[in-house]
Structure formats: structure tokens, C-alpha cells
Design a protein around this ligand. Structure first.
Ligand SMILES: NC(=O)c1ccc[n+]([C@@H]2O[C@H](COP(=O)([O-])OP(=O)(O)OC[C@H]3O[C@@H](n4cnc5c(N)ncnc54)[C@H](O)[C@@H]3O)[C@@H](O)[C@H]2O)c1
Ligand SMILES: N[C@@H](CCO)C(=O)O
Length: 817
């Protein structure tokens, strides 16, 4: 046998009542339901309270409210009923509105509204809806009786929130049902005191009525029908990946609902659970859905926690001073003072030094709470042994709930890692020894970000998502987008990594979508985008406040790297192939690399040297494992490598430069390669990675081309100047070749200096083994002293560079919990 309860929204309209009829007729429910408990039609309870207040205040418009209410009930009746049932229903409705009008008129005349009369007025909502529904069900082929719960649920006279008497009530229900074999449509929320007056059961009263009926008849289950699929792992309005919890224990439901999961008010279902009757939350809009089952025992879950919840706006009040250290009775006075003001405390935390204690209240109660403390500790404050209470506002609480936490270590580590990694500062923490709930007080503006970060850490079965903001979609950025699109499914299916492209920009336009832009459509998306402005781009990126954000700079600009420090300070990791930041002023390089290390906010730039080859990470591993770099010799320019590897006299030097550009090896401006600036930047980056505090001016560069080439005003005139130098280059090559040597442009980093030179290399030189755009880095260290460590491979090109940037983005995803 089942007891079903339908809330106001489930009986609020014709469609809603149609759904109830369908539910009661489906095979799962047909002939299995013993009692249906209903609330008043949506809005009616509030309407009655408002009308009563108006009547008491002498405002005659209460009559209009009642007239509109009566019409609404009649309209619904007319939509479902034909005579003679329509007449019966309408005369019951008319009789009730007659009584209601008389009571309200009395209130109006007396100008007084007692709690007892208010309860009597409020009872009309449920009486009207339950009677109406019973008629409608009968008409639609489901025979049912109207049950006025005041006949059976007996309470004390605490009007507004009366307490029911279980034994008497259960006996009444059982005796009445023995005489009533049909389905019973019972009024929720209302009851009667022993002396026969109407009472109401307080907040969540209809849920309580359903639980009482369930307990009385020993129902197999009590179903609470509402407009959501059940209790979710988080508020779906804030956490897009939230999902329905299948089964939850009563205490867990209590904890989650305390922190904002307002699907039901758990204390109200206690009667059912005391009798071992499970409660199920179900959705009238998705009647086939299984809902959430609430039971009294803890039920196993594949996840370490059951859900994450929050209170979006609280105030934290701190009381501190030497006068409370070791003083017994201090907390009792503090909380006693708050209790006398009827203030509800949401969270308490006290350091074991006993020097301070802080607690959270709703912001509207902060002033009263602070005043209560001032009053209670007036003497201590005057004597300066206790400070004036300090109130902090604009805070939120995020709570992680689950009974499995008790037996699992590492939960709090995971929570605080997820918060810290996203730059969310924790203001206060509380965890009771029941280990059912870990609460953290955070800034209000971080609420959604914190919920998503923590939810992802626990529930997404290892799925890590990065919210990517990409600036620069030329050769490298464009190739990266293609790779992202191409790898999307493999990343998601095999590696559980999701890269969500939220923002994208080139030097003219930018576009955003927190749900994700299609990487393949960025060209079109940017055409319709807004004008690019780096400051605005950063502001937007920050204001999305998404967890696991990452910024990627695929420009060759100086302007974008200047923003890295600020981006890292916003706890957003940076990935880049752009060498400008690390080869600019040493102080800035140290600022951003130190910040990244100290705060654990990734700054990844593997592709700034030798494109996708693992050079930076290798140097870092050597240093971390205690090795010391003594000397690096390297060919660091893919462009120059390509040119000299192929410079055999068959093709002029300038033609090879054009070919390198066509192959995507050169910088956006190939003069940056040919004047060796690009190679020098990489040499400087390597030197700095080895701990040398060099500036760019300290790098000694042997020029490759005559100065006239660089006086050329644009790239085309540069190429024309270059052609003039072809003859001189050929001469130099031929002279080297005559001695069995070939030209290579090599960087040498040693003893605190970095220099680059055009060298003539013999046949056995490692630099002679290069092909195409290969780079090579030969590292001699304390450990690799006789035979140096060599990293070699393609050092330029769109695919390998974008691939390296991609790998850095994936590395960020992997650092997530
Ligand atoms: N080509 C390679 O093999 C290779 C290897 C390693 C590193 N890199 C580096 O990759 C970066 C990109 O190179 P590319 O060849 O793709 O360049 P590109 O000129 O093709 O693309 C640059 C993009 O950045 C945009 N842009 C430029 N300045 C900007 C600014 N201030 N703000 C916003 N957007 C701006 C442009 O509109 C364009 O979309 C460079 O820093 C380069 O040094 C390239
Ligand atoms: N232009 C660069 C690209 C890689 O940084 C080169 O030729 O090496």
C-alpha cells in the first residue's frame, strides 16, 4: 500500500490535475494507493494569509481575493466535471466560501486575527483542493472519498505549528480507514486540537500529513510528488552536471536540505522513517523516473560523498579576546544570548587556542546578533578583555555531505584542494565529529565556482574539464583548435578529459560562451563576435568565475604576456608557446614563475623552446632530482636548422628562407628567425631555467645576415635584400664544404653566459645529424658528464607546436583532483 502526496504546484492547474489522474491510473499505482494527501492549489495558502491580514487591517479588498479564489476552484471543476457531480462540487465549494467569508467578515469587524482563527482560515485551502480532487477522480473512473484530516490527526493547541499526538492519531486513522474501503483524498497540513479547534502543522505540513498517514497504515512507501526528479547531488541551477541521487539516508537528506537543497523539509517525514517506511521524492513531470528514495539507514554509494550544497548569503561574526581563554561557561553565555533573541546559528567554529570563536547567521540577523553580544559581554568589552564583535558579510557556506565520509580519508583534502586550486579562499571551516558534513565559509561571489569545482572533484568519475580561454588563432592557435576538435571524443572517452572552449579571440574580435564554443566554428563565431580588447577579455574571463579555467596565449605579442601575472593572480593557469614573457625582463620572468610555483597555479610554456620536444620539462626533472646542468649546446631555431640542413648549394639561401616560411617554421615575421632573435630568446629561456639570472642584452648573438636586410621596411623588401646576400652566403658555404664542414647556428650556454654563433661543424658533430627543422639540445650535467643527454626532433611547425600546447592544457587537466 502506498501513500502519495501532491504539493501545491501538482494541483495548481488543469494540466497538473491531469497528470495526477494519469499517475493514479498507471499500473504502478492503480489499486496500490490507499491515501492521497494534497496541499491547497498553488498560491491559495499565501492568498488566504494575505486576505486575512487585509481583513484584520480593515482593508475590504480581501473580498476580491476570495472571489477570485472561488472562481479558480469553479473553473477547474468545470474543466473536469459534468453534472450531477459538478453541482455537488460547486455547492461544497460555495458552502466553504460562505463559511470563509463569514469568518473573514468577523476578522474585519473585530480588527483582530488570532493564531487560532488564522489556522481556521488557512484550513480552507486544503479542504477545497482535496474535495475538488476527490470529485474529479471519481468522474475520471478512480472512485475516491474526500477525507478531512481534522477528523483523525489530533494535535496540541500550538496554532501555526501544532504537534500531533501519534498514538491517538494512528488509531483514529486506522479505525476510519476500516470503514472506508475506497481511495482516500486527504487534506494535508491541517489537523484538529483535542478540543476540536482547527490547527495547522507548520512548515512542510503536508509532507508531515503524508508521513503520518504512511506511519499509521504501515505503508510500503510514501511518495512525495513534486516538480523535480528527486534530491540532486547539487543545485542544478548552479551546477550543470548535478544529477539525481538514487538513495539517501534520512540524516544525509537533513544535512543537504539544511544547506539549501529545498526539495523537502526532512523533519516532517520523521514519522514514516521511525516506522521504517521509506519516502520517495518523485517528479509529476517525469512520472516514470525513479526519484530519490530516503531511508532511515545508511545506504551504500559509489561516491565518497552524497552531495554538495550551499547557503548563498551569510554573515560571520567573530568574538575574540584573552578574556575567553580557558574560561568555562563562555560559549554558554554567548549562545544563550543569541538564543534569547531567537537567532538561529548556522555554523560555529572555534580554534583550539580558545582565543576566538566565530559563528554564521543569516545576514539579516547579523546586527541583532552583534548587539546581543555587546549587551551580554558589556563588562568584558569595557575592560577590553573581549573585543567588540567583528562582522564579515558577503560570505557563503558550501557543505559537503555524506555518511561514507566517516570511513574514508582524504575527503577534506579533496575538498580543499578543489577550492585552493581554483583560487577560492576559505574564511572558516567546520566539521562535526559525526563526519557527516564538512562546511567551508567562502566569499559569496565564489559560491557557484566552489560548488562546481567540488562537485566535479567527487562526482565526475575522474572526468576533468578545463574551461579554456584562447587568445591568438593564427597558425598555432588555429592548428590547436583543429586538434582539440579532432581529439575531443578520444579525450573524453579514453582519458576522461573535457576541454570546454569558453572564450576565443584574435587581434580583432572575441567571442564567449560558458556552455562551450565549437572549436571548428571559431572563424564564423568571431566574424559575429565583439571587438577585441585584452582588458575586457580578461574581465570577462574572470567574471565567468568558472572552476578549472585556463588561459592560452598563442600570439607572438608582447602585450598579452604582460597580463600573465594578473591572470595567475586570479588563480587561472596560463599555457603558452609565446616566448616573450620568459625572454623579457628577468624580474617579470621571476615574478610569474615564482608565483606559479608558490601558489600551485600552473604556468606552462614547454613549446617556447624546441616546440613540442620535452626540453623544459627535462631540465626541470634534472634539477628536481638534484642534478646540475654544466653546459648546453643546442640548435634552437627550426627555421635556421631547416635552412642550414638543406643548404647544399643546389638552392639559393633566400629560397630556403621562403620555403621555411611556407612550411610554417618561421615566426609570423621571419626576420625574427633570421636575425637570430628567436633562437636567442630560447637560449635565454634555457639559461634562466638553469638558474642564470640573465637579461636579453646579456645574450651574445653573432649576426647571420648583413644589417641592410633588417633595414628593409617590410617582409617583401626583406626578401629582396636577402637575395642580394645569396652570393656571399654561397661563398661561405663552399669554403666550409671544402674543409668537410657545414654551417650550423648553435647556442652555447655555459658558466653563466649564453652565446649564439654560426659555426662550421665537422662530420662527426651531433649538429650534422639534423634533418628538416630538427632542433637538438645537448645537455652535460653532473650525472650526464661523459655522455651528455640529448633531446632531438622537429623543433618548429604548426602540428608539433600546437600538439605541445595541447599537451600542456591536458597537463593542467591532470593536476585537477
Ligand atoms: N611556428 C612555430 O613552429 C612555433 C613554435 C613554437 C612557438 N611558436 C609561437 O607561437 C606563437 C604563435 O605563432 P603563430 O605562427 O601562430 O602566429 P600567427 O601570427 O599566425 O598568429 C597569431 C595570432 O595572434 C593574434 N594576435 C596577435 N597579437 C595579438 C594581441 N595583441 N592580442 C590578441 N591577439 C593577437 C593574431 O590575430 C593571430 O590570430 C608565437 O608566439 C610563436 O613564437 C611558434
Ligand atoms: N620560428 C621558430 C618556431 C619555433 O619556436 C623556429 O623557427 O624555431
Amino acid at each position: 500500500m502506498l501513500v502519495l502526496k501532491f504539493g501545491g504546484t501538482s494541483v495548481g492547474s488543469r494540466d497538473a490535475i491531469g497528470r495526477i489522474i494519469a499517475i493514479l491510473n498507471d499500473p504502478e499505482h492503480f489499486s496500490n494507493v490507499r491515501v492521497v494527501v494534497v496541499s491547497a492549489l498553488s498560491g491559495v495558502t499565501d492568498g488566504l494569509a494575505a486576505a486575512a491580514k487585509k481583513a484584520a487591517a480593515g482593508d475590504g479588498t480581501y473580498k476580491e481575493i476570495l472571489t477570485a479564489m472561488e472562481s479558480r476552484h469553479r473553473e477547474i471543476a468545470e474543466a473536469f466535471l459534468k453534472s450531477p457531480r459538478l453541482n455537488q462540487s460547486n455547492s461544497f465549494t460555495a458552502a466553504l466560501f460562505g463559511d470563509l467569508n463569514r469568518i473573514m467578515d468577523g476578522v474585519n469587524i473585530l480588527g483582530e486575527l488570532s493564531p487560532r482563527i488564522l489556522d481556521s482560515i488557512m484550513s480552507f485551502g486544503e479542504r477545497l483542493s482535496a474535495c475538488l480532487l476527490s470529485h474529479i477522480l471519481c468522474e475520471s473512473g478512480v472512485p475516491a472519498d474526500y477525507l478531512d484530516a481534522r477528523m483523525v490527526i489530533k494535535t496540541d493547541s500550538n496554532y501555526g505549528a501544532a504537534r500531533y499526538f501519534p498514538d491517538e492519531t494512528y488509531t483514529n486513522i486506522r479505525s476510519l480507514l476500516e470503514t472506508r474501503p475506497l481511495l482516500q483524498i486527504a487534506t494535508g497540513f491541517i489537523a484538529a486540537s483535542s478540543d476540536g479547534n482547527t490547527t495547522t502543522l507548520g512548515r512542510g505540513g503536508s509532507d508531515l500529513s503524508a508521513a503520518i498517514f504512511g506511519a499509521a497504515i504501515g505503508a510500503g512507501e510514501v511518495e512525495i510528488w513534486t516538480d523535480v526528479d528527486g534530491i540532486m547531488t547539487a543545485d542544478p541551477r548552479q551546477v550543470t552536471n548535478a544529477f539525481r541521487i538514487d538513495t539517501i539516508s534520512y540524516v544525509e537528506a537533513m544535512e543537504l536540505s539544511h544547506f539549501g537543497a529545498k526539495v523537502l523539509h526532512p523533519p516532517t517525514i520523521r514519522p514514516s522513517l521511525e516506522k521504517g517506511i521509506p519516502i520517495r521524492i518523485r517528479n509529476t513531470f517525469n512520472p516514470k523516473g525513479p526519484g530519490t528514495r530516503i531511508t532511515d539507514e545508511s545506504v551504500p554509494s559509489p561516491y565518497a560523498i552524497r552531495g554538495v550544497s550551499s547557503i548563498g548569503d551569510i554573515a560571520l561574526i567573530r568574538v575574540q579576546g584573552s578574556g575567553m581563554v580557558g574560561v568555562s561557561g563562555f560559549s554558554s553565555r554567548l549562545f544563550g544570548a543569541l538564543a534569547r533573541k531567537k537567532l538561529s546559528v548556522i555554523l560555529i567554529t572555534q580554534a583550539s587556542s580558545e582565543y576566538s570563536i566565530c559563528f554564521a547567521v543569516l545576514p539579516e540577523f547579523a546586527l541583532t546578533a552583534a548587539a546581543a553580544i555587546e549587551e551580554e559581554f558589556e563588562r568584558e568589552i569595557a575592560a577590553a578583555t573581549i573585543e567588540h564583535p567583528i562582522t564579515e558579510r558577503d560570505l557563503a557556506i558550501i557543505a559537503v555531505v555524506g555518511s561514507r565520509m566517516k570511513s574514508t580519508s582524504g575527503i577534506s583534502g579533496k575538498v580543499f584542494h578543489a577550492l585552493g586550486r581554483n583560487g577560492i579562499s576559505v574564511v572558516a571551516i567546520a566539521q562535526g565529529s559525526s563526519e557527516l558534513n564538512i562546511s567551508a565559509v567562502i566569499r559569496k561571489e565564489d559560491e557557484a565556482k566552489a560548488l562546481n569545482a567540488v562537485h566535479e572533484a567527487f562526482f565526475l568519475a575522474g572526468v576533468r574539464s578545463v574551461n579554456l580561454f584562447l587568445v591568438g588563432i593564427g597558425l598555432i592557435g588555429g592548428t590547436l583548435l583543429k586538434q582539440l576538435e579532432h581529439q575531443k571524443e578520444v579525450l573524453a572517452d579514453q582519458h576522461k578529459i573535457r576541454v570546454n572552449l569558453v572564450g576565443v579571440a584574435n587581434s580583432r574580435k572575441m567571442a564567449f560562451d560558458s556552455r562551450g564554443l565549437n572549436p571548428g566554428d571559431t572563424g564564423k563565431i568571431l566574424e559575429d563576435g565583439e571587438a577585441f580588447d585584452l582588458g575586457v577579455f580578461m574581465e570577462r574571463m574572470r567574471s565567468f568565475n568558472l572552476p578549472n579555467s585556463a588561459f592560452c596565449d598563442c600570439t607572438a605579442s608582447d602585450m598579452v604576456p604582460a597580463a600573465y601575472a594578473e591572470i595567475l593572480r586570479s588563480a587561472i593557469p596560463v599555457v603558452t608557446p609565446n616566448k616573450r614573457a620568459n625572454s623579457g625582463p628577468y624580474d617579470y620572468y621571476r615574478l610569474i614563475t615564482d608565483y606559479s610555483k608558490d601558489r600551485g597555479i600552473p604556468y606552462l610554456y614547454e613549446t617556447t623552446v624546441c616546440a613540442g620536444l620535452p626540453v623544459i620539462s627535462t631540465l626541470r626533472d634534472l634539477s628536481l632530482s638534484g642534478d646540475r646542468v654544466r653546459r648546453i649546446e643546442a640548435v634552437l631555431s627550426g627555421t635556421l636548422s631547416f635552412i642550414f640542413n638543406n643548404f647544399d648549394g643546389s638552392v639559393p639561401f633566400s629560397a630556403l628562407v621562403r620555403e621555411a616560411k611556407a612550411k610554417g617554421y618561421t615566426e609570423p615575421d621571419p626576420r625574427d628567425d633570421l636575425n637570430a632573435m628567436d633562437a636567442a630568446r630560447k637560449a635565454l629561456i634555457l639559461a634562466r631555467e638553469c638558474g642564470m639570472p640573465l637579461e636579453f642584452d646579456n645574450v651574445v648573438i653573432e649576426p647571420i645576415l648583413p644589417p641592410a636586410c633588417f633595414d628593409a621596411p617590410d617582409i617583401e623588401s626583406f626578401f629582396r635584400e636577402l637575395e642580394k646576400a645569396d652570393g656571399a652566403f654561397e661563398k661561405r658555404r663552399a669554403a666550409a664544404a671544402a674543409a668537410g664542414r657545414e654551417l650550423r647556428y648553435v647556442a652555447l650556454i655555459e658558466e653563466g653566459s649564453a652565446r649564439l654563433a654560426l659555426r662550421e661543424e665537422p662530420a662527426e658533430s651531433p649538429f650534422r645529424s639534423l634533418v628538416d627543422s630538427d632542433n637538438i639540445v645537448v645537455v652535460a650535467t653532473d650525472r650526464y658528464s661523459d655522455l651528455p643527454l640529448v633531446v632531438k626532433g622537429p623543433g618548429a611547425g604548426a602540428a608539433v607546436t600546437a600538439g605541445g600546447v595541447f599537451a600542456d592544457i591536458v597537463r593542467i587537466a591532470r593536476t585537477l583532483v
